[in-house]
Write a protein that binds this ligand. Structure first.
Ligand code: COA
Length: 271
């Protein structure tokens, strides 16, 4: 009898998956593709579907389809080969990338890598400490920054509320930095995985009208400090190596590169 079972969880059902991901998050830097915060940010979508693999009833992997990329974190010591074989069933046409599982026959994507960067708790400048934490009253401004910073963003106040009321909502620590005139300028969403574990930033953005004034760094360091105050042992972020502004921002905030990372891509995929 096969003991590996895959469940598809709605947002409201993700508690066990989030608890498992938190338990698998190390103190220094996340090991797999997903931190609880990646799931938390995904749960802004009402139709989110999170995959939970169980072996004899024990969680062994958590994943979701992030566009055409299947992203998975497996438990330390899990049989990733068996999980990868099962995961093929969830891939539809065009779902040709995977991060976190050794899909049989797939190869490393030779495109530009992602960088996983990490920050170790330390004092931050006063102006970063003053970055406001986002509450319901700031949701519209937080959304405005997101939509301006990321072309094609579909974030809405409704989606912000969906994220916050999801089982991951309590893990979120968000900062919003304003100009001296009160305009919303930069925002960072940080995520806890519990005390003594590495937190995550996802996402970070500055309104194009307000770039180059240190607001992004204030939002990042404000979120890092808030995560550290709540017990995070470090804070990680992942960014495409080609995103020069983001890499410069994180370096200037004291992050260092921990590893380079390539997704796997389906072999023979037409270019
Ligand atoms: C990345 C981003 C948040 C930077 O925000 P910002 O508020 O302009 O950054 P800051 O003014 O705080 O700058 C912080 C540091 O990054 C550097 N930097 C910022 N933009 C840069 C750019 N385009 N090229 C080179 N360096 C840049 C600054 O010079 C500064 O470095 P310094 O302290 O050594 O002088 C912003 O460009 C953005 O929103 N981009 C689109 C969304 C995105 O890619 N987010 C990150 C996803 S992981």
């Amino acid at each position: 009898m096969p003991s590996l079972v895959r469940r598809r969880l709605t947002s409201a059902e993700t508690g066990p998956a989030l608890r498992a991901l938190s338990a698998w998050t190390p103190a220094d830097v996340p090991g797999g593709s997903l931190h609880p915060g990646d799931v938390g940010w995904y749960l802004r979508f009402d139709d989110a579907a999170v995959l939970l693999w169980l072996d004899d009833g024990t969680p062994v992997a958590v994943g979701f389809l992030d566009g055409p990329v299947l992203r998975v974190t497996a438990a330390p010591g899990a049989d990733v080969g068996a999980i990868a074989a099962d995961a093929e069933e969830v891939l539809g046409p065009g779902d040709d990338w995977c991060d976190g599982l050794p899909m049989p026959g797939w190869e490393l994507d030779q495109g530009a890598p992602w960088l996983v960067m990490s920050w170790t708790p330390r004092p931050v400048p006063d102006r970063a400490e003053r970055a406001g934490e986002v509450g319901a009253d700031d949701a519209a401004d937080r959304v405005l920054v997101q939509r301006a910073a990321f072309e094609g963003s579909t974030f809405t106040v409704e989606r912000w509320h969906a994220m916050k009321r999801s089982p991951a909502g309590a893990l979120a620590v968000e900062t919003l930095v304003r100009t001296p005139g009160g305009e919303p300028a930069a925002a960072a969403t940080g995520w806890l995985a519990g005390a003594g574990r590495c937190g995550l930033l996802e996402p970070v953005g500055t309104h194009p009208d307000h770039r180059g004034h240190g607001y992004g760094r204030d939002a990042v360091l404000g979120a890092c400090a808030a995560l550290a105050r709540r017990g995070a042992s470090a804070v990680a972020v992942a960014t495409p190596a080609a995103n020069e502004a983001a890499v410069a921002l994180y370096r200037s905030a004291g992050f260092t590169v921990v590893r380079e990372h390539h997704d796997r891509v389906r072999a023979g995929r037409p270019a």
